[in-house]
Design a protein around this ligand. Structure first.
Ligand code: ADP
Ligand code: MG
Length: 277
């Protein structure tokens, strides 16, 4: 079996950002880009919505919490093949799942997922592990991926709300970085051709901008079709330019960038900085 002693350390990424901003879409395509670069990749969906890996597998895979429930929470009865599903380009996929809507704690589920995967020694098998985490809440278990991550990535658009969420995530990274070797790799601008507010923000709170992706109809369609852009490009080579955005992000991450420990802005400062008037 491959162990950490015989292979280079696993690159671990945690993707955060406001709900609906494009984390899962971006995550699936970055995972695929990393796989296209020859890496063995595991993507772990940590959103109770459990749709993180949909464009990789083309269906909603059973969640860890479903499987745990089926086995009466007997961790020892669970095998990797019960919870890890093969996706496009050989990317392995896991969905943490969550409690029934409106009940229980989703963060707890993320903590349990990480625990189970560690018990299964699953983490040792991969070159890259990507956690796609719930929206802008970085409390409790939802912060757990930051305990393992080398880099946090934040997806944002050019609007106040997403940058406000990004700033709170930056604060969580700064806190975690006190005790963990965690860095913020940078922002990924998504669904925007404008970047004036993003630029204002990174001027005030210095951090890299890894890429800016415009709103692209084919990305929206890819979600509905349950395919990554790479898979769609197989039948429509004109989409190659979209894949290049994700390959560019993947290449920057594989180069192990320095990243930053961010200094978040105070909430009030941010309102002044990013207001249009
Ligand atoms: P999140 O995981 O942050 O909640 P999703 O990845 O599910 O967000 O994306 C929300 C919606 O936005 C999806 O329908 C997706 O197809 C669409 N989307 C994401 N990025 C883009 C983009 N660059 N251009 C067009 N649509 C996008
Ligand atoms: Mg998502």
């Amino acid at each position: 079996m491959i162990t950490k002693e015989t292979k280079p350390l696993t690159l671990t990424l945690a993707v955060y950002g406001k709900g609906g901003i494009g984390k899962s879409t971006t995550s699936c395509n970055i995972s695929t880009a990393l796989a296209k670069r020859g890496k063995k990749v595991l993507q772990i969906g940590c959103d109770p919505k459990h749709d993180s890996t949909f464009t990789l597998t083309g269906f909603l895979i059973p969640t860890i919490i479903d499987t745990l429930q089926e086995k009466d929470f007997h961790y020892e009865d669970i095998w990797p093949e019960d919870v890890i599903y093969k996706g496009y380009a050989g990317v392995d996929c896991v969905e943490a799942g969550g409690p029934p809507a409106g009940a229980g704690c989703g963060g707890y589920v993320v903590g349990e997922t990480v625990k189970l995967l560690k018990e299964l020694n699953a983490f040792d098998e991969y070159d890259v592990i990507l956690f796609d985490v719930l929206g802008d809440v970085v409390c409790g278990g939802f912060a757990a991926p930051l305990n393992y991550a080398d880099y946090c990535l934040i997806v944002t658009d050019n609007g106040f709300d997403a940058l406000f969420a990004a700033n709170r995530i930056a604060a969580s990274v700064r806190e975690k970085a006190r005790t963990h070797p965690l860095r913020l790799a940078g922002l990924i601008g998504n669904r925007t051709s404008k970047r004036d507010l993003i630029d204002k923000y990174v001027e005030a709170v210095p951090m890299p901008v890894l890429e800016i992706l415009p709103l692209i109809e084919d990305i929206r369609v890819s979600r509905v079709k349950g395919k990554t852009l790479f898979e769609m490009t197989e039948s429509d080579p004109s989409l190659d330019y979209v894949c290049n955005y994700y390959l560019n992000i993947a290449d920057q991450l594989l180069a192990m960038p320095e990243g930053v420990i961010p200094n978040d802005a105070q909430d009030r400062e941010l309102f002044t900085l990013l207001s249009d008037f």
